[in-house]
Design a protein around this ligand. Structure first.
Ligand SMILES: [Zn+2]
Length: 322
């Protein structure tokens, strides 16, 4: 059996996974990400966690085919640097060459973490065998990854796929990226929770209050879906508006790419048909291609948090700059 190491360098956790050639996750190990550390310290942490994982599985580093790292920023494979990594302290350091040194000459790849997660879902999850695929992950923000003709689409500067930062409401809610009205300011899990809390303040009798034990700080995405299932009118109204925002972004993606599959991931996607069916209805009504015989399939993610590890582990030399 061939083994691969996938590393997901998140803003909270640094997770290392041992992955088989058939893209299954054999074992994983994690530590908290030291967000203030530079590249050298982060790589030392990655090496230590990898060593621990390998030891537990009776393997040595030389038995690993390759190592892939998903990073929260644009992974510039020309310079080996991580760019636009707002949550890390690694700019202006040659991350990839340093990683190759730390991992003793092993083949090391890196890519953006959302791209790695899309790649994982593409290879082993919701999108097997599709030629074109877009992953939309609803979390703290809205992550995206675009696969075209079996390769990650990276753009001229490795920064493509930031679907969370397309504007869906001009002059709308300010976004962390500096624009206003971005998709992620309306369709992330964070946004859904904000929308739920705002609606609760206008309805003291909503079941939502009971579901969070009258503590509004405990509201999660799940709280809203639980209230919708029990027919709470305020919750139904919040969800209906949220789905309009989410569908607006997804229909934009369909109109631009016409991908075979769009996969919706993140904790919220566990709501399943409550979320997916109304989105499909809006797509059928509004997408430019609504009369085409072939339509984009909308599915939910299968791998969730493991997508980033599996995708990173199976990164390979695609789109290699010449
Ligand atoms: Zn933005």
């Amino acid at each position: 059996m061939k083994y691969y190491i996938g590393i997901d360098l998140g803003g909270t956790n640094l997770v290392v996974g041992l992955v088989s050639e058939s893209a299954s996750l054999i074992d994983k190990e994690s530590v908290l990400t030291n967000v203030r550390a530079g590249a050298a310290e982060l790589l030392a942490d990655m090496k230590a966690v990898t060593d621990k994982l390998l030891k537990r599985n009776n393997l040595e580093l030389y038995q690993i085919e390759s190592i892939g790292i998903g990073v929260p920023g644009a992974a510039n494979r020309v310079t080996g640097m991580i760019e636009f990594a707002n949550n890390l302290n690694v700019s202006n350091e040659p991350f990839l060459p340093m990683a190759k040194e730390v991992f003793k000459g092993q083949t090391v790849y890196f890519n953006n973490d959302a791209n790695a997660a899309a790649w994982g879902e593409y290879l082993a999850g919701a999108a097997s065998n599709a030629k074109s695929f877009v992953a939309v992950t609803l979390g703290t923000g809205v992550g995206g990854g675009i696969i075209i003709d079996g390769e990650i689409f990276e753009g001229v500067n490795f920064a493509a796929g930031e679907i969370g930062h397309m504007v869906i409401v001009a002059d709308g809610i300010p976004c962390n990226c500096g624009r206003a009205g971005c998709f992620e300011a309306y369709a992330s899990a964070t946004a859904l929770i904000q929308q739920t809390k705002a609606a609760m303040k206008g309805d003291v009798f909503s079941l939502l209050w009971e579901l969070c034990s009258d503590d509004i700080s405990k509201v999660e995405g799940k709280t809203l879906f639980d209230a919708v299932r029990r027919g709470d009118e305020t919750a139904v109204r919040v969800l209906k508006q949220y789905i309009k925002y989410l569908a607006a972004g997804i229909i934009n993606i369909i109109n631009v790419f016409q991908p075979e599959i769009i996969c919706i991931g993140g904790g919220i996607s566990k709501a399943g048909d409550l979320l997916i069916e109304p989105i499909k209805e809006l797509i059928a009504k509004e997408s430019y291609s609504r009369t085409s015989a072939k339509q984009t399939r909308i599915v939910t993610a299968k791998l969730y948090n493991d997508a980033g590890i599996i995708g990173a582990a199976l990164l390979r030399d695609v789109n290699q700059p010449s």
